[in-house]
Design a protein around this ligand. Structure first.
Ligand SMILES: NC(=O)c1ccc[n+]([C@@H]2O[C@H](COP(=O)([O-])OP(=O)(O)OC[C@H]3O[C@@H](n4cnc5c(N)ncnc54)[C@H](OP(=O)(O)O)[C@@H]3O)[C@@H](O)[C@H]2O)c1
Length: 330
C-alpha cells in the first residue's frame, strides 16, 4: 500500500511558496521487531516551521534538510505493531512530519489518552499550551493585580497566555489583527481589553488600556506594538520574548527598541525556546490541563482538510487568516 508525504525541496527566501514542497508517494514500510506503524490523523502547523525551512544553523534546532519530509508535530493512531508498549489502537503524539503514515520505534512518541480529541491535544496540551505556561508562569512569574499585554493574542499561544493570566488574577490586554478576533478575546475569553493593531492608534490605545503601565509584555509578533509597549513598561517589568512572527519572512529583521528603558525601568527581557523544556513536556502539559479541566481555558481550532492543504495553508499564520490553532486533518 502507498501513502502520501510532503518533502521540503526548496528553501523560502521571504514568504513560503508552494514550489518549495514536493508531494511524494511512498510504500508503507515493513516493520521490524520493536517498531510500530502510526497513521497520522492531525498535524500542527506552526510559525516556527518558517525557521526550520531556512538554512540557518545557529538556532535552537537544526534546519529540515532539502529532500526530507517537512517537520511538524502531530497526533495519530497505532495501526500495526511489533512493540509491546504501543499496541494497535494507541493514540500517540510526536514530531511526525508532513506524512500520512510513519514507522517508529517509540523514540520521542508520547501516549495520549484515547478520549482526548486531537484538536484539544494540539490546541492546548501540546506546544501551544506548554509554551504559554512556561513563558508566563516560569519566566514572567506573574503576580495577581499586575497588568499583562500579549501580542498575537488571538493565536494559539497568545490566547492561552491571556487566559492563564486572567485565571491568576491579572489585568489582561490582547493585541490582535481584526475586530472579530478582538471581540472573541473580550467577549468569549474574558480579556479586559483588546487592541486591533491594524486599525488602532496604538500609542493612545495602549495608554487607555493600561493606565497604570504594563508589568509583563508577552511578545509573539514584534512590529509597531513592540516599541510602544516597551515605552509603557513599569519598573521591574518583564518582557518574555516567545516569538517575532512579523520578522520571519523578512530578509532584514526590524530594529528593536533602544535599551535605555531596560536601565531606567530595570527590565528583565528573556527569550525562550520550548525544545529546551521537552524533557518536562508531560509535567508542563498536566499544569496546562489543570486550567483546561477547571474551564479556565477555551480554545478554537482552525482545521484544514487533507495533507496537501498544509502547503498553502501554512501561510494563513503569516496573513492572520487562521482563527485559532492551525491544524491539518490528514
Ligand atoms: N519560543 C517558543 O518555543 C515558541 C513556541 C511556539 C510558538 N512560538 C511563537 O509564538 C508566536 C505565536 O505562535 P502561534 O503558534 O500561537 O501562532 P498563531 O498566533 O496561532 O498564528 C500566528 C498569528 O500571528 C499574527 N501575525 C502574523 N503576522 C503578523 C505580523 N506581521 N504582525 C503582527 N501579527 C502577525 C496573526 O494574527 P493577527 O490576525 O492577530 O495578525 C496570526 O494569526 C509565534 O511568533 C511563534 O513563533 C514560540
Amino acid at each position: 500500500m502507498n501513502y502520501k508525504a510532503i518533502k521540503l525541496v526548496k528553501r523560502p527566501e521571504t514568504q513560503i511558496e508552494s514550489d518549495g514542497f514536493s508531494l511524494v508517494e511512498l510504500n508503507i514500510p515493513e516493520l521490524n521487531d520493536g517498531e510500530f506503524l502510526i497513521k497520522q490523523t492531525h498535524m500542527s502547523l506552526d510559525p516556527a516551521m518558517r525557521g526550520w525551512m531556512s538554512a540557518a544553523t545557529d538556532s535552537y534546532i537544526a534546519p529540515v534538510e532539502l529532500g526530507d519530509i517537512m517537520r511538524s508535530s502531530g497526533v495519530g493512531e497505532v495501526v500495526e505493531s511489533r512493540h509491546e508498549s504501543f499496541p494497535v489502537g494507541t493514540k500517540v503524539a510526536g514530531l511526525f512530519g508532513w506524512t500520512e503514515y510513519l514507522a517508529s520505534d517509540g523514540t520521542g512518541v508520547s501516549v495520549m489518552p484515547k478520549e482526548l480529541p486531537a484538536e484539544a491535544i494540539l490546541s492546548v496540551l501540546a506546544l501551544s499550551g506548554v509554551t504559554a505556561y512556561h513563558g508566563l508562569m516560569e519566566i514572567a512569574k506573574p503576580k495577581a493585580g499586575e497588568t499583562l499585554l500579549v501580542s498575537g493574542a488571538a493565536g494559539s499561544v497568545g490566547s492561552i497566555v491571556g487566559q492563564i493570566a486572567k485565571a491568576e488574577g491579572l489585568r489582561v490586554i490582547g493585541v490582535a489583527g481584526s475586530d472579530d478576533k478582538c471581540r472573541w478575546l473580550t467577549e468569549e475569553l474574558g480579556f479586559d481589553d483588546a487592541i486591533n493593531y491594524k486599525t488602532a492608534d496604538l500609542e493612545s490605545a495602549v495608554r487607555e488600556a493600561a493606565p497604570n503601565g504594563i508589568d509583563i509584555y508577552f511578545e509573539n509578533t514584534g512590529g509597531p506594538i513592540q516599541h510602544i509597549t516597551f515605552n509603557h513598561m513599569n519598573t521591574f517589568g518583564r518582557v518574555v520574548v516567545c516569538g517575532v512572527i512579523s520578522d520571519y519572512n523578512s530578509i532584514s529583521p526590524a530594529a528593536a527598541p533602544s535599551w535605555i528603558n531596560v536601565v531606567k525601568k530595570r527590565l528583565n527581557i528573556q527569550g525562550f525556546a520550548m525544545p529546551d523544556q521537552f524533557h518536562r513536556f508531560g509535567e508542563l502539559s498536566q499544569k496546562v490541563g489543570a486550567y483546561l479541566m477547571k474551564g479556565q481555558i477555551k480554545y478554537r481550532s482552525h482545521v484544514l482538510d487533507g495533507l496537501e492543504s498544509a502547503i498553502d495553508g501554512i501561510n494563513l499564520l503569516f496573513t492572520g487568516g487562521n482563527e485559532g490553532k492551525l491544524i491539518v486533518k490528514v
